[in-house]
Design a protein around this ligand. Sequence first.
Ligand code: ZN
Length: 83
Amino acid sequence: MKITCPHCGEKSSISSSKKITQSLRELYCHCDNPLCDARFVMSLAHKHDTTPPRPVMEQAIIELVRRLSPREKRQLMDIIKQP
Ligand SMILES: [Zn+2]
């Protein structure tokens, strides 16, 4: 992964990183532009999921099915049985 230098806009390399929390890291960067040569720290954070983890999705489906009425469960089974 390349990071854009916030000073000159050229590409920078990540020389090391430090875990702050499970979803946040600090990236220690060095600008590849010899005329800039800046060293800086950027943050890399998990913002949100575009697809939740499979176990979370499976549990959500199980909970949804449990809340269905018997009639809705029969309708679901009919849909599943269709080729
Ligand atoms: Zn730079």
